[in-house]
Design a protein around this ligand. Structure first.
Ligand code: FAD
Length: 492
């Protein structure tokens, strides 16, 4: 790893020279743009000088690694990822995998795909049948040596109609050039210095799923599902606390875990979502106590650009973040393509929600009016379950329509997401698979599984294995597979 001692020099080489060397070697405009904008960045005040050099260090570090990967691939026939990993011992296997996939996405490495068909025996409606399945084998080869390139700002993602409005780009932008709302994204081109940080962390700019799968498969403690990602265990759970039962959506598991984190000082704050002044219009909030946490309980089906406020969490040592799958992917991408962002390292727990799709706020109003003849303020709860969109009313009445009737109100850009179960979260929570008043929970690391079981031991939730309930894991897998299959291809 390249260390810039005291953030000023590396083995007597100034950051300028080091940057120039990396730039010359790789044609990385990103590093140059970032470095040359130092004065502007410090003037904006989002990052201190020390933090500025931390980010620069991380960028140079990553670029140096990539250059080494390219050198090792030079003159070689196509290689499998594990062969490349064996070849490059200079840094961890997950870095090598991450770099190869990144270089492929940038057009420097060619991917060769071989498809083989094999026959397996599968139980279909109780009967064992032979079915043919396809297996994919990926090999990689150097394609082009880097030429001078620069990243477009994320406005190209928005203009292509695939932006999920998570808001991470606006938080990472060092010069505050990006503004994201639940429906819009604007880049101020007079201020933007094309450092490309926004593009690097954007969950819709280039894909990380292949790298993630290969990295997760290195960890033998994890189980792997093609439809719902890597996991340790899957549970069905419900809160034991009456106060949480009053505000929860399903099992109240998200609020219970967050309460445990706050009460045991495992986090100083939580980024969650509450109703804004307009009922059902979600507003991302930072909460520091249980009283405020309870105001965030329950699902608001309109999308919330929650990552727009993550930069405001810099002052906290440890935080938890709750969000939908695209936000979990943005955070994962930020950690896979290290940018050394100071407000990123303190995210200790990522609680991801299952999500088939979200709705623009205005469409929720239309949905209530057109499908139920109700005003938005009449609704006390919205829910999706058993193939129906269900509303509860202030009068105590419950109404529903088939889910297919409400598809037309969903956000179009959600159709570019293949992730139902927040594959990139530490703990994922949703209703699919469990009974009413219960949630399905997927733990995705040993630490996350321990946290979940600590919350159970503390008596905050009761828990069963998801295998022991109906419809259980089978349905989660089935719907997860449907979302993967329906996902549209992103073309920028
Ligand atoms: C847009 C959306 C679509 C969903 N679609 C599905 C689905 O198709 N299938 C399924 O099984 N589950 C879906 N869920 C998840 C489900 O509705 C519950 O959130 C989940 O089961 C957790 O329930 P709980 O009782 O444990 O959560 P609670 O304890 O009630 O806590 C809910 C948490 O969700 C957060 N939240 C609420 N609204 C939003 C929002 N708009 N964006 C980000 N965070 C929010 C709150 O901050 C709170 O922390 C969806 C959630 C959202 C937000």
């Amino acid at each position: 790893m390249v260390q810039i001692a005291n953030n000023k020099s590396f083995q007597g080489i100034s950051p300028e020279d080091l940057m120039e060397a990396t730039y010359q070697a790789s044609g990385n405009f990103q590093i140059r743009a970032f470095f040359e904008a130092k004065d502007e960045i410090l003037k904006v005040g989002k990052f201190t000088e020390v933090e500025f050099y931390e980010i620069l260090d991380a960028m140079i570090d990553a670029e140096t690694e990539r250059k080494l990967v390219l050198e090792k691939l030079m003159g070689k026939n196509p290689l499998f990822l594990d062969e490349i990993v064996k070849e490059i011992k200079d840094f961890p296997a997950e870095n090598v995998i991450r770099d190869v996939i990144y270089l492929k996405e940038q057009g420097y490495v060619q991917e060769h795909v071989e498809i083989k068909t094999k026959t397996i025996v599968k139980k279909i409606k109780g009967e064992e049948k032979e079915v043919e399945v396809k297996e994919y084998f990926y090999r990689y080869q150097l394609k082009d040596l880097p030429t001078e390139r620069y990243f477009e700002p994320v406005s190209i993602v928005f203009e292509a109609g695939v932006c999920c409005q998570c808001g991470f780009c606006s938080s990472v932008c060092p010069v505050n050039a990006i503004e994201v709302t639940a429906d819009t994204l604007e880049v101020d081109t007079d201020i933007c210095m094309k450092c490309g940080l926004c593009f690097s962390v954007c969950p819709r700019s280039f894909l990380i799923d292949q790298a993630n799968e290969s990295i997760k498969k290195l960890d033998k403690s994890l189980k792997w599902s093609d439809k719902t990602g890597a996991y340790i265990n899957a549970y069905s759970a419900s809160t034991t606390k009456d106060d949480i039962k009053k505000v929860r959506q399903d099992g109240g598991i998200v609020t219970s875990i967050l309460e445990y984190l706050l009460e045991n000082n495992l986090v100083d704050a939580i980024v969650a979502v509450q109703h804004s002044k307009e009922l059902w219009r979600p507003e991302p909030v930072i909460v520091e106590n249980v009283k405020d946490l309870y105001k965030t309980g329950g699902t608001k089906y309109a999308n919330s650009p929650s990552l727009t406020i993550i930069d405001q969490c810099k002052k906290y040592e440890n935080i938890a973040f709750v969000g939908v799958p695209c936000m979990m992917k943005a955070l994962e991408k930020g950690s896979m393509f290290p940018s050394g962002l100071p407000f990123f390292k303190n995210i200790k727990y990522k609680i991801g929600l299952f999500c088939m799709e979200a709705f623009p706020y205005d469409n929720i109003i239309n949905l209530a009016r057109e499908q139920f003849n109700k005003g938005i303020n009449d609704l006390t709860k919205m829910n999706i379950g058993g193939g129906k969109f269900i509303i509860n009313l202030k009068s105590g009445e419950q109404m529903n329509v088939p889910l297919k009737e409400v598809q037309k109100y969903a956000r179009n850009n959600c159709h570019f997401c293949e992730d139902l179960t927040s594959d990139y979260a530490d703990i994922s929570v949703g209703s699919i698979g469990s009974q009413d008043g219960w949630s399905s929970v997927i733990t995705r690391s040993e630490d996350a599984d321990k946290l979940y079981n600590d919350v159970v031991k503390a008596g905050l939730i009761e828990s069963k294995s998801l295998k022991d309930v109906k419809p259980g894991q089978f349905l989660v897998e089935k719907i997860g597979g449907i979302k993967r299959k329906k996902c549209k291809k992103i073309e920028l």
